[in-house]
Design a protein around this ligand. Structure first.
Ligand SMILES: [Mn+2]
Length: 187
């Protein structure tokens, strides 16, 4: 079973993640930030990952950043060690282009192959016209993806355009989920 449970507690946040890479998209998300919950749920649903995320903390910036860290650690743990047989059998690369009305995101990922795990890199190209969408700061989208990529040891490229910031961010998370779903599949 490619599953992981990771809990992290600091002076700023408490984050707990349960992940099953071979799931159906079932999710139970509670981060105290409603828009972020919506994004993580859509990430899980379209990536077919079973995902439980429970997070709370002092500031929304810290909760989002630390959720990225713990989710990244959970992916790394669930995928197994770089030398493992399970890791060797993963597809490794994945990409997705996801539209939502006028918005569109292109996402490409490299989750690392056997002996090659450990490369962390993020390229995020999207401009946001507003500082916030609902209860989430738009600057935290790139911050989340970078924290996630760094701790999962993934390379992630995201490029998005659109007019509606809610749609644009939603395509970011859907495209990341779909690209990772492909990359984490067993050959
Ligand atoms: Mn929505």
């Amino acid at each position: 079973m490619r599953t992981a449970r990771v809990k992290r507690r600091t002076k700023e946040t408490i984050v707990e993640v349960e992940l099953n890479l071979d799931g159906t998209g079932a999710n139970d998300i509670g981060t105290t930030i409603k828009f972020f919950d919506h994004m993580l749920a859509t990430f899980a649903r379209h990536g077919f990952f079973d995902l439980v995320v429970k997070a709370e903390g002092d500031l929304s910036h810290h909760v989002i950043e630390d959720t990225g860290i713990v989710l990244g650690e959970a992916f790394k743990k669930a995928l197994g060690k770089a030398e493992s047989e399970a890791r060797e059998k993963t597809v490794r690369f994945g990409s997705a282009t996801i539209p939502m009305d006028e918005s569109i995101t292109q996402c490409a990922v490299d989750i690392g192959g056997i002996g090659g795990a450990g490369r962390s890199y993020t390229v995020f190209e999207a401009d946001f016209a507003t500082e916030r969408v609902e209860d989430m700061g738009t600057e935290n989208v790139a911050h989340f993806i970078n924290s996630f990529a760094t701790h999962a040891h993934f390379t992630i490229h995201v490029s998005a355009k659109g007019e509606n910031e809610h749609h644009k961010i939603e395509t970011n998370f859907k495209a990341l989920g779909v690209a990772l779903s492909k990359a984490t599949r067993i050959k």
